[in-house]
Design a protein around this ligand. Sequence first.
Ligand code: C2E
Ligand code: CA
Ligand code: CA
Ligand code: CA
Length: 276
Amino acid sequence: TKMEGRNGYRFFHPEMQRMAEFRLSMEQELHRAIQGQEFTLHYQPQVDTEGRTVGLEALLRWQHPTMGTLGPDKYIGIAEETGLIVPLGRQILRMACGQLQIWKAQGFQGTMAVNISARQFRDPYFVKDVQDALAETGVDPGSLLLEITESVFLDNLEESIEKMEDLCATGIRFSVDDFGTGYSSLTYLKRLPLYEIKIDRSFTRDAVSNDFSRAIIRTIVTIAEHLQMTVIAEGVETDDQQKTLIELGCRRFQGYYTGRPVPADQIFAEQKKSDQ
Ligand code: C2E
Ligand code: CA
Ligand code: CA
Ligand code: CA
């Protein structure tokens, strides 16, 4: 190719160029979509052993003008790397809190869980952004649960603890997402102001058939009890999985079995159907 140097060394591989072009156009697309408010949220129920919806998780969707509804996996990484997750994250917090306030007025008493990326959490205005979203929508801080992964606090434990404590002091609670998939030790758990541990989908998936996954789940439940934290299992797809999780001491569930992520206008409509 033209990019090949005199000694035959390729400075720029065509594949890399395509990647760079894709990223640049994606960045521009994301920027435009944030301005144009093309992002929406779907909501997935979190249920107790009686099947009652005790919480909802907000999950990002892009209402793309030509490509339809896009889940976050394809673009969330680029939004993080470019820093666009910061303004997007502000929109997400406002949308989730605004919707929660509507449901609260209709009698919903559960919590709203919002995913926070590492880049967003590290932003110097993060605490203020969260407080602004609450103030503007009138949501009580005790109804908001921020889901963070281990990667969020591992980089800078002391600073993260401080930030989390500032938010906890206002009544906001934290949940640690995808728990058990990172490389961290269990010891940080007792140092962080965490309300909830989310058992990763990979353990839920194997719970019925795999002794080792069951042992991990049992361990997480035991540790959570000691630290007075709540446990929720994610990715519950079958009745067998839920039964196994109950046997292992888990009392909260989220997954396709009890409800898929759906647009706001469908979430309580579906529940009414199943109540009949
Ligand atoms: P996550 O936080 O672990 O979210 C759970 C993912 O599992 C969601 O995928 C959800 O749709 C999916 N899921 C729920 N129940 C089941 C099940 O029973 N089986 C299976 N196979 N999957 C299930 P989704 O919506 O595509 O989100 C993917 C990831 O993108 C999320 O993983 C989260 O890390 C990130 N994300 C989603 N929304 C946001 C957001 O608003 N902000 C940020 N920063 N990240 C987000
Ligand atoms: Ca999550
Ligand atoms: Ca998760
Ligand atoms: Ca995840």
